[in-house]
Design a protein around this ligand. Structure first.
Ligand SMILES: NC(=O)C1=CN([C@@H]2O[C@H](COP(=O)(O)OP(=O)(O)OC[C@H]3O[C@@H](n4cnc5c(N)ncnc54)[C@H](O)[C@@H]3O)[C@@H](O)[C@H]2O)C=CC1
Ligand SMILES: O=C(CO)COP(=O)(O)O
Length: 339
């Protein structure tokens, strides 16, 4: 395996888990966070307790609060901050790359769409980091909770870039015996799948707390995936991508796992907790909350029917009662599948 110098921007649960995979694969890894206490804990105790508890990190994961230090000589840079911070961090990265006169393969691991602009993570990176500063642009996506990856649970993800050689370079850098990386070239489909499954996962959590059985969840997953695919296709996605790891795979894990922040938020909504309290107590980003609003707006703009997403929008943003919302969904005129 050729050795890469990999900078990971964002030391939350996912950035730390990805940095750990890269270090275990023998790469030179720098993990950037703006929090000095986190730098000290990672470098001295090889833990990131706020996000990953007592799980030990590989000693090759070196944290720094200095982005220039993190990025200097890096060949691959991963952006793993929440959607709302992606543009700001990418802008900072661009300044750093200019000063270093350096080019990198740029990879987003963020799952969301930017409010207002409706941009995907890779689009934000492309807008903030100039072509001349990039050797390639892609994403890592798929069913992969950090909590499982850090414990070496077998995990399958996909590296996606419109340029297959870029995807293959990321694949080569991250694949190992417990972390298997596929490739794909449908960036649009992969990013829509990754962002929109979070919305359905919130719905799945709510069904769980209302005590509904697997029938309801299977219906939600299937019809949820149908509307995710419809919206993605309206932007040019390949429908087959939604059958893959960044589509049904990620929907399945996020809408069924207790590790999912989105699913857990849905459970708490179903228990009657207030949205603001849920966000405050989670302590980690719940991307689906903002994505629900973005997706609902996009569906209206593109005239794409997304009844489940719009129902979850009304529950989250208009205070609609969940049981009443489910009754409304179930009472919609019946229709033909595959339309
Ligand atoms: N947690 C997981 O298992 C997975 C998460 N993801 C995605 O990865 C992204 C990050 O998720 P998590 O790591 O779970 O989030 P997190 O909430 O655990 O951590 C986010 C990190 O970003 C940092 N951050 C936030 N705002 C910042 C800013 N303005 N400037 C610099 N740093 C900032 C925080 O300090 C924190 O270290 C999300 O889009 C999520 O959907 C994708 C796959 C798995
Ligand atoms: O995308 C994820 C797993 O693949 C993470 O989902 P949550 O943000 O809901 O934990």
């Amino acid at each position: 395996m050729s050795n890469e110098v990999i900078a990971v921007l964002g030391a939350g649960s996912w950035g730390t888990a990805l940095a750990n995979v890269a270090a275990e694969n023998g790469h030179d890894v720098r993990l950037w966070t703006y929090k000095p206490a986190q730098v000290a804990e990672i470098n001295e105790q090889h833990r990131n307790s706020q996000y990953l508890g007592d799980n030990p990190l590989h000693e090759g994961v070196v944290a720094t609060a200095d982005m220039t230090e993190a990025v200097r000589d890096a060949t691959i840079v991963l952006s793993v901050v929440p959607t709302k911070a992606t543009r700001e961090v990418a802008h900072q990265l661009s300044d750093v790359l200019s000063a270093l006169d350096q080019q990198v393969v740029l990879v987003a691991a963020t799952k969301g769409l930017e409010p207002g602009t409706y941009k995907r993570a890779s689009e934000m990176l492309a807008e903030e980091v100039a072509d001349s500063q990039r050797l390639g642009l892609g994403i890592i996506s798929g069913p992969s909770h950090a909590e499982g990856v850090i414990k070496h649970d077998p995990t399958l993800v996909t590296a996606v870039s419109e340029n297959l050689a870029t995807a293959e370079r990321v694949q080569a850098a991250f694949t190992n015996n417990v972390f298997r990386v596929y490739t794909n070239t449908d960036l649009i489909g992969a990013e829509f799948g990754a962002a929109l499954k979070n919305v359905i996962a919130i719905g799945a959590g709510a069904l769980e707390s209302l005590g509904f059985d697997a029938n309801a969840k299977a219906g939600l997953f299937t019809r949820g995936l149908a509307e995710i695919s419809r919206l993605g296709q309206a932007f040019g996605a390949n429908p087959l991508t939604f059958m893959g790891l960044s589509g049904v795979g990620d929907l399945f894990v996020t809408a069924t796992s207790v590790h999912s922040r989105n699913y857990r938020a849905g459970v708490q909504l179903g228990e009657g907790k207030k949205l603001d309290d849920i966000v405050e107590n989670m302590g980690m980003v719940i991307e689906g909350i903002s994505t629900t609003k973005v997706a609902h707006e996009l569906a209206l703009k593109k005239h794409v029917e997304m009844p489940i997403t719009s129902t979850i929008y009304r529950v989250l943003y208009e205070g609609q009662d969940i049981k009443e919302a489910i009754n409304e969904l179930m009472g919609r005129p019946v229709s033909q599948e595959g339309k």
